[in-house]
Ligand binder design. Structure first.
Ligand SMILES: Nc1ncnc2c1ncn2[C@@H]1O[C@H](COP(=O)(O)OP(=O)(O)OP(=O)(O)O)[C@@H](O)[C@H]1O
Ligand SMILES: [Mg+2]
Length: 223
């Protein structure tokens, strides 16, 4: 495995709310190899989502550096950061974040459309839909799907641009145990078969058991 694929150097994130600064991340140093599956655990408010958002370029580290394959994200201009978010990371959220007015296929196509200005190749879309067991439902809308199906749509959307990094923030938090297990197995397969680098925030034993390495956070620090 290629070392230093994702590297956080002394990352500190402080949110200023009124007079009370909240230290969400406190001098985080972290090194994730290419193709590694890392799980992050820790109680509510300890900084897990902040960490995911900073790795995914959705939020900026206040202090410190986030290096992706040797490139410092804090030195990227807006355009480069947009490309990073669009092409190199796929993010999966607890509440799926699908667009209700778009059907399943359109939801999945959206990141590709933003990149290419056209729909993804039919073969690619169909392969993903089949892999995730969604082909028959491709013209349905999110409200017609179960939670597990919605999360599998979100996984397809995260994969459509072939990113090297998959970030998943409690992706099983709203799923029953069977659908949750399916999602975890999909993540594991993405690592094993496609060499994706996975960072998974999870509260579940099963989630932690899937990972190559489990990191515990407490009050913005890695233990
Ligand atoms: N935009 C924000 N503005 C102010 N404070 C924030 C903001 N985002 C997060 N925080 C605070 O930063 C801390 C870490 O939040 P974060 O969402 O990373 O926790 P978490 O570990 O993901 O929690 P949970 O398990 O509940 O999702 C919390 O105290 C939270 O209130
Ligand atoms: Mg969170």
């Amino acid at each position: 495995m290629e070392d230093h694929f994702i590297e956080l150097i002394n990352v500190t994130k402080i949110y200023h709310q009124g007079d009370n600064p909240v230290v969400a991340l406190d001098h985080i140093n972290l090194n994730i190899s290419k193709g590694e599956f890392v799980a992050i655990t820790g109680k509510s408010g300890c900084g897990k989502s902040t960490l995911i958002n900073i790795i995914g370029g959705l939020d900026s580290p206040g202090q410190g550096h986030v290096m992706i394959n040797g490139e410092d994200t804090s030195l990227m201009d807006d355009q480069r950061l947009t490309l990073y978010r669009r092409d190199r990371v796929g993010i999966i959220f607890q509440f799926f974040n699908l667009l209700p007015i778009l059907n399943l296929e359109e939801n999945i196509a959206l990141p590709y459309l933003l990149r290419e200005g056209s729909n993804p190749p039919t073969a690619k879309m169909e392969r993903l839909l089949h892999e995730m067991g969604l082909y028959e439902r491709r013209y349905h809308h999110p409200h017609e799907l179960s939670g597990g199906e919605m999360q599998r749509v979100a996984i397809c959307r995260a994969l459509i641009n072939d990113p090297a990094i998959i970030l998943a923030d409690e992706p099983t938090g709203n799923l029953d145990s069977v659908s949750g297990k399916q999602v975890l197995e999909i993540l594991r397969r993405l690592r094993n078969e496609q060499g994706k680098t996975i960072v998974l925030v999870t509260h579940s034993q099963e989630g932690a058991a899937m990972a190559d390495r489990v990191l515990r956070m407490h009050d913005g620090k890695l233990l």
